[in-house]
Design a protein. Structure first.
Length: 174
């Protein structure tokens, strides 16, 4: 058995394309046997047919001064940084374009970006982290949750597994 080299999103897109073509053929079949041979094309824009398909967004995270690039080193590690670092890795593995900048290690990135520079002038570095999505402020003062990263990056969120509680206990069964 060979594995499919396409990503989950690509396989899902192919299935959706097939369903749309089949739907068009079925609607054409109602018009007559000759029309069923020509698949109808939807007049709806692509963003309606494929709401998650869009140009790749660019997420930039401007961290406060941290001891390392992720902030998950040392003895006293902030759990929010650990969770966020894991969420960033998850998003990157699912195709997201995310860059992180540390104020202590990359101060020029903060100074050269007009939105970040203006934010720091108004709010100060105490208001970091700052998250930009395609150059616009999306969040400030806290790290985003996985669902927010997924929404910004256009990643289809994977549902959490549902725990199954057996109905049969001991000698009784429903």
């Amino acid at each position: 058995m060979t594995s499919d080299p396409r990503t989950y999103g690509e396989r899902l897109q192919a299935e959706l394309d097939t369903l749309i073509i089949l739907r068009g053929l079925r609607q054409s079949a109602r018009a007559g046997p000759a029309a069923a041979l020509i698949p109808s094309r939807s007049t709806r824009p692509a963003c309606v047919l494929y709401p998650w398909r869009h140009t790749m967004t660019h997420i930039q995270v401007f961290d406060p001064a941290l001891c390392c690039s992720t902030g998950v080193c040392g003895v006293d590690v902030d759990q929010a940084l650990v969770s966020f670092s894991a969420d960033v890795e998850w998003a990157k593995q699912n195709g997201a374009r995310i860059e992180r900048f540390n104020l202590a290690q990359q101060p020029m990135e903060f100074a050269e970006n007009a939105a970040v520079r203006g934010f720091l002038e108004r709010s100060g570095q105490e208001a970091l982290p700052l998250i930009l999505v395609d150059g616009e402020v999306a969040l400030a003062g806290r790290y985003p949750k996985r669902a927010e990263l997924a929404r910004w990056a256009g990643i289809l969120a994977v549902a959490a597994p549902i725990s199954v509680i057996p109905c049969c206990t001991g000698s009784t069964c429903c």
